[in-house]
Write a protein that binds this ligand. Structure first.
Ligand code: FAD
Length: 333
């Protein structure tokens, strides 16, 4: 019902032919009943997210629908966040090799939320969600609507109240960024060889491809996330399945967000982080070879991965702006 929640869609005629529903539905997709086998024994059930059916839906130019303040708030928004945090309740609480579990998921749990008594994977789940929440809040504060002036712009007090007062939330934005960078770095050769135009020409837009090359090389120098310390030990597979299940549930919960634009960005970012998790935890080096597995990721996974990294990078850029605003406000006191 809120005007800011609306999405600007575009007509199919404006879309390159290879990306239209008809062309996409020609792409060989796995049957819903059978797991899709990728060369090297990788199955679509390795996904950390439920992917929507690409044959129906609207076309959206993301640049025309910026993630910003929409006015979506109150009980509905709180219930969604609460449900997402409650997915942090891992059932294998007697998982003795990893120590005691705190099975009290949920929110609000305050600054010490990712408690040391929880297993590493449970803490990682919390950091991912809290970091995503913090990044979304940063965008809301960075592009806030000032009711009295009628103008859009950064709102320092909003950022202080939602992020700066809880330093661990900022740390979790960095945590997600590093996780995404590590995934992009790992899949660099695949992304470089990816057929972006969908016509096999690999021509693409030279400017975009050059930018992508820069992102991949930055990711290779920055990514310090060490995925090898997770999902180890006797019950690693059980724990991984459970983690995956929880994360998939988040993608389902996103369907209930009662604001179209918030849902759009919520789903993209869940899918982007889910794709990063899949790249880090499900695929070994041979699967990542673009010559062997050119269909390893769906187009929407590639789009979600890159756009989610962009969202987090923009959040960190906004954080720097807020720091400057804070210092200037302090000076002028
Ligand atoms: P909320 O952000 O709703 O948080 C609720 C409670 O969670 C807080 O009181 C606090 O105790 C706890 N909390 C807050 N942040 C964190 C954190 N980082 N880690 C741990 N705990 C935390 N609104 C828009 O204007 N634009 C959008 O694009 C948008 N996208 C959204 C996407 C999704 C998926 C959802 C669920 C909501 C979205 N919203 C959006 C709504 C927005 O996130 C807030 O819910 C809304 O602005 C109300 O904020 P709030 O201050 O009441 O606290």
């Amino acid at each position: 019902m809120n005007r800011e929640c609306g999405i600007t869609t575009i007509d199919e005629s404006e879309i390159p032919e290879n990306w239209r529903a008809a062309a996409l539905s020609k792409v060989e997709m796995p049957s819903k009943d059978e797991p899709h086998r990728l060369p090297g024994c990788y199955y679509r059930d390795s996904d950390f997210c439920f992917l929507d059916d690409m044959s129906e839906g609207d076309y959206v130019d993301l640049t025309m629908n910026p993630e910003r303040f929409t006015g979506y708030a109150g009980d509905s928004a709180h219930r969604i966040w609460k449900s997402i945090y409650e997915e942090n309740c891992f059932g294998i609480s007697e998982f003795d090799t990893l120590g005691a579990f705190n099975t009290q998921g949920g929110l609000p749990r305050g600054p010490a939320a990712a408690s040391e008594s929880e297993c590493l994977e449970q803490r990682v789940y919390y950091k991912i969600i809290s970091g995503l929440h913090a990044s979304i809040s940063t965008h809301i504060c960075n592009e806030d609507f000032n009711q009295s002036t009628g103008e859009w712009g950064p709102n320092l007090q909003c950022f202080v109240d939602r992020i700066a007062a809880y330093p661990e939330r900022l740390r979790y934005i960095y945590f997600n960024t590093v996780l995404l960078l590590r995934a992009v770095s790992r899949i660099g050769p695949y992304l470089s060889a990816y057929d972006y135009c969908g016509d096999g020409s690999h021509d693409g837009d030279a400017f975009t491809l050059e930018k992508l090359k820069n992102v991949i090389s930055t990711a290779q120098n920055v990514g310090k996330f060490d995925e090898t310390v997770l999902f180890r030990g006797d019950k690693a597979e059980v724990l991984k399945e459970e983690f995956k299940q929880h994360f998939r549930n988040v993608s389902r919960i996103m369907d209930c967000v009662g604001c179209d634009k918030c849902r759009l960005w919520g789903k993209i970012q869940t899918s982007g982080v889910g794709t990063a998790l899949k790249i880090l935890f499900e695929l070994d080096e041979s699967a990542l070879d673009p010559a062997v597995n050119h269909n390893l990721l769906s187009r929407s996974e590639v789009v979600a991965l890159i756009n989610t990294l962009h969202r987090f990078a923009e959040s960190l850029h906004a954080v720097n702006n807020f720091r400057r605003m804070w210092q200037e406000a302090e000076k002028s006191k």
